[in-house]
Design a protein around this ligand. Structure first.
Ligand code: NAP
Length: 360
């Protein structure tokens, strides 16, 4: 099979570097176009990331000498790639504009940015949970007069540690009415160089700008449905989030308490539901789909970021510490790899779903 040429906007950043690492040897996609800010434009990739390549492997040979372009150079992108992953860090309005310009130029955009998550006709995808939301793409294209281009986004990285466990319970017929979520989020979530080390070593920062709002709001769209050509938020669940930055390199943890609307499953039923959770990406055998999207650990002291973030190549959620809750019905700890499942790996899985559904 001939591979599809892809571009990465924001290729020099933390998420962009993860795309480059994860797309090496991808069976369907081949990285052909790299773009970043005017500051990096014109440089070879290895020159543009000198002193800030933070991956634990060398830059792949096929990308090392590739010249980075200005992300505004859409004509060049059009000649070199069939779609782009977008992970630029800019003003939100500027991100919406640039992503729309790519879509208008017939280049689908698979985005990691929050800029378009609230846009009425843009799907926020977690392929295990709402693959049917891709049905909004033809509506979006009609709304804008776009032919082949469109924009889809992935949600905030903090959500991944608790969305699949809640989704599994909902799909098994147990309605979750309230959730209290306390996240412990890794430094890599803030990009490079991120937080100053002097602020974070020996410390916890109990505030991440905008993160609690995203953690509470984005799940409602993801659990929602398409009605009359619009997304309608799910109004059956309410989430309260506390988001903290902790001195961990990779891996966002979430301590979660859940209340069920009516009937509640036993703890052993919950574990069985999580272990049997299989969805569209697993049925379609997408290359980046974890075989087990939720992995349960029985040990009292798991999950831990260092030990569990790379389970299923960083694409699974590891869950543990399931127990009764004195206030709600049950509680647990979830963990996911924020720059893999929560960023580049999640974007790649979205693109694989879109290819399997014939959109790219
Ligand atoms: P980052 O490390 O700061 O990288 C930012 C990227 O954006 C760089 O490639 C940078 O290029 C590029 N950029 C900056 N200004 C630009 C401009 N005017 N035009 C074109 N490109 C420009 O940030 P990151 O952590 O990779 O995050 C990127 C996006 O993904 C953000 O929206 C973030 O919220 C989102 N995200 C991050 C994570 C995570 O875990 N880190 C998870 C999910 C989503 P230069 O190198 O040339 O400056």
């Amino acid at each position: 099979m001939e591979k599809i040429s892809v571009g990465i906007l924001g290729a020099t950043g933390m998420v962009g570097q993860n795309y480059i690492k994860l797309l090496k040897d991808h069976p369907w996609f081949d990285v052909k176009y790299l773009a970043a800010s005017p500051k990096s434009a014109g440089k070879k990739y290895f020159e543009a990331v000198t002193g800030r390549w933070v991956m634990d492997e060398e830059i792949p040979e096929g990308v090392r000498d590739t010249v980075v372009h200005d992300a505004r150079d859409i004509t060049r992108a059009k000649n070199e790639c069939a779609f782009v992953f977008s992970s630029v860090e800019m003003d939100k309005q500027a991100i919406r504009e640039i992503e729309d310009e790519y879509a208008a130029a017939d280049i689908p955009v698979v985005s990691n940015n929050s800029a378009h998550r609230g846009t009425a006709d843009v799907p926020v995808l977690i392929p295990e949970i709402n693959p049917d939301h891709v049905d909004m793409i033809p509506i979006q294209q009609k709304n804008h007069g776009w032919k082949k281009g469109f924009v889809v986004v992935k949600p905030n990285c903090s959500l991944q540690s608790y969305m699949a466990p809640i989704d599994a319970l909902r799909k098994a017929g147990f309605s979750v009415s309230r959730a209290i979520v306390t996240t412990l989020q890794a430094v890599s979530g803030a990009g490079y160089p991120g937080c100053a080390s002097i602020d974070l070593i020996d410390n916890v920062i109990p505030f991440i700008n905008g993160e609690e709002e995203k953690s509470e709001k984005e799940p409602l769209k993801i659990f929602g449905k398409i009605e009359n050509r619009k997304f309608v938020d799910d109004d059956s669940i309410r989430i309260s989030a506390h988001c903290n930055r902790v001195p961990v390199i990779d891996g966002h943890s979430a301590c979660v308490s859940l209340e069920f609307a009516d009937k509640r499953p036993s703890l052993s039923e919950i574990k069985a539901i999580w272990s049997q959770y299989r969805c569209e990406p697993q049925r379609l055998e997408l290359p980046f789909a974890p075989h087990h999207p939720i992995v349960y650990r029985d040990e009292a002291d798991r999950p831990q970021p260092r030990k569990d973030r790379n389970v299923e190549k960083g694409m699974a959620v590891t869950v543990g510490r399931l127990r009764e809750c004195n206030v709600f019905d049950c509680r647990f700890v979830g963990l996911s790899h924020n720059t893999v499942r929560g960023a580049a790996g999640g974007g790649i899985l979205n693109a694989e779903l879109l290819k399997a559904k014939g959109y790219i």
